[in-house]
Design a binder for this molecule. Sequence first.
Ligand code: ADP
Length: 427
Amino acid sequence: MRLGVIADDFTGATDIASFLVANGLRTVQLNGVPEADRAAEAEAVVISLKSRAAPREEAVRDSLAALDWLLARGAEQIFFKYCSTFDSTPKGNIGPVTDALMAAMQEELTVLCPALPVNGRTVYRGYLFVGDVPLDESGMRHHPVNPMTDANLMRLMEAQAEGKAANIPYATVAQGVEAVREAFAQLRAAGVRYAVPDMLDAGHLRILGEAVRGMRLVTGGAGLADGIAMSLSGGAGDRAAAEAAGRPLGRRTVILSGSCSQMTNRQVAAYDGTGPIIRVDPDAAVADAVGHAAALLPAVLAKADGPLAPLVAATVGPQALQEIQARHGAERASQAVEAVFHELAKLLEAEGFDTFIVAGGETSGTVTQALRIGGFHIGPTIAPGVPFVRAVDKPVTLALKSGNFGDETFFLTAQELARAQAATQDR
Ligand code: ADP
């Protein structure tokens, strides 16, 4: 295993995994620390935790458990992955987790690199920018869980960690790999624990990716993973080979849409009239979720073997959603709808469905749980941030789309891709 990643949330894990696969690394994503071996042939393993907003002690404990698992399986380098907007508070969890990992690995210096220039996250003079503005002038200033009111990464880190942080300025990074390594050595000698290199573009990430070879612990966003993976593959990674283990099966496909986001509403509307749609009745769901799932099953089966997959949708627009929530309470309604998808996914698996295209973050979580999927191989990308994935322990394919991802034609595009790939495998 070249790279072992500890990711502080699920979507962040999928994000970094996609970058690694794109650079030709065979990648497995595991949901939490597994009990047994589940990633035998992977070059990169990404363990997704829920440590971003968890209490500090829990975040540290889970991260250390993930570290043990990865080191025991020969991970050459450990990557602590957090968000490119450095989501944290003066209590953590980026600082405390980094310190715990450094202590466990007996490392004196690590790197902090949230930069993701393709998404407008850059670092200059140690200040993190989101697009044209510093982090604390971006929407992150008003984030409900971790409002970011400072853009200075050294100050942010020192407030929540044990040691000193220092910037490696743009001029040094621009000189290349040797200059950055030299800067690491100087910082280490000066007792600095966290190096914060300036990162303006993909070229800088490539330099840093190369410079951190041999650094056993690094921390950052998906951009640094891109740099490291590019350095490992020499820029010539075989993406198709890396994705092979995650190729979709697409023998019997269903679409489950439990998101009410604007984009999902458009996607469901675009499918309407083209493919078969079966609507979830939220009132029936609240009354008896398990019973409602059983009642939906025959309608899904009746449409199972047509040219286009059946779409089971709870998706409604804002007005209708408000009315449903007023009738039942928001939490009760959403839990009931999630319970319907949970039960229905199990029933459909028993009926031989092997490909589940799911819309909605929470909905994806509940379906993954219902199918008891502990981890998956990352396969080909359907839309940015949404790859097909194949379960490690059974022949089941998933596409997990959070609300706003994909374009209008996503449900069709996903099926076409699944069918094309399944045909290649049958040959
Ligand atoms: P997104 O990624 O768009 O946020 P999620 O699946 O994370 O989607 O969240 C959507 C939530 O809304 C889920 O809890 C889901 O059960 C709930 N929901 C979906 N449709 C309805 C509906 N018609 N009435 C009430 N709640 C719904």
